[in-house]
Design a protein around this ligand. Structure first.
Ligand SMILES: [Zn+2]
Ligand SMILES: [Zn+2]
Length: 258
């Protein structure tokens, strides 16, 4: 799922740096047009995808005890990002266990509060950082709904995965493997973080699903809206984790990715 988010402190500080750089450029080149800090080329997606300012990515992976994503899943996520992101100095994962929340489920506000308490890095120097959180309880908005949200991209470099719901929907005789569902949902949220679809990576051809903004209209693509809800469960049985289609790949390449 994709939600609109405010700029994080990290985002604000790098917009400030970019603005400062731009002032320096303006002084030396008066003809240059002023840059809009919200323009796609100044977005976190561009800096995540390209090596323009940041040559290394550090991903902080945090989980509640007992809800750690599989080692094979983490290896696939790293490989997925290496294939799309220009980070010549590498992509590094750190993992940490954090305590469970006291409430029966998590609202977006709760999730942001957890990040504020436990996230340690907003990147520094040539390193940009991201935050992936794996939780032990349901999303508050899932209560009573037939189609469950399994993951959310809720901040410029922040992703949450409802690992308990993923486990409910995987591993059984008629269900997909835990690895497949974890990988599909988290890669879909990484796709949003990288600006898909028609979010911060501008579309090269029109392929946004008009009924589901920020999603691809190709039912076979990783960025099809159903890939992050329990609707994908039946589709994953006996099928591989969906990949990005050529339209989504082209958008990422045009915004600095591989
Ligand atoms: Zn989505
Ligand atoms: Zn697509």
């Amino acid at each position: 799922m994709f939600v609109k988010y405010r700029q994080s402190p990290c985002m604000r500080s790098f917009v400030f740096v970019v603005t400062l750089l731009h002032l320096l450029v303006s002084f030396s080149c008066k003809k240059k047009k002023s840059q809009d800090p919200e323009s796609p080329n100044l977005s976190s997606s561009h800096f995540l995808l390209s090596d323009d300012n940041y040559t290394k990515l550090q991903v902080e992976i945090q989980y509640i005890e007992g809800y750690q994503p599989r080692t094979e899943t983490l290896a696939s996520l790293k490989s997925f990002m290496q294939q799309r992101m220009n980070k010549p100095d590498g992509i590094e994962f750190t993992t940490r266990v954090i305590p469970s929340g006291l409430r029966p489920n998590y609202s977006l506000e709760d999730i942001r509060a957890i990040e504020k308490t436990y996230r340690t890095s907003n990147g520094s120097g040539k390193t940009i950082s991201a935050y992936f959180l794996f939780l032990d309880k349901d999303y508050s908005e899932n209560a009573g709904s037939y189609s469950k949200v399994l993951g959310i991209h809720y901040g410029p470099t922040s992703i949450v995965v409802f690992e308990n719901v993923i486990r409910q929907f995987s591993g059984g005789v008629t269900q997909p493997k835990l690895y497949d569902l974890e990988t599909a949902v988290t890669e879909h949220e990484i796709g949003h973080m990288l600006g898909l679809t028609n979010h911060r990576s501008p579309m090269q051809t029109d392929h946004e699903d008009k009924d589901h903004p920020a999603h691809c209209n190709n039912t076979e693509c990783l960025m099809y809206y159903a890939s992050e809800t329990s609707d994908i469960v039946a589709n994953l049985v006996g099928n591989p984790v969906p990949a990005l289609d050529s339209n989504c790949l082209n958008d990422l390449r045009a915004n600095g990715g591989k």
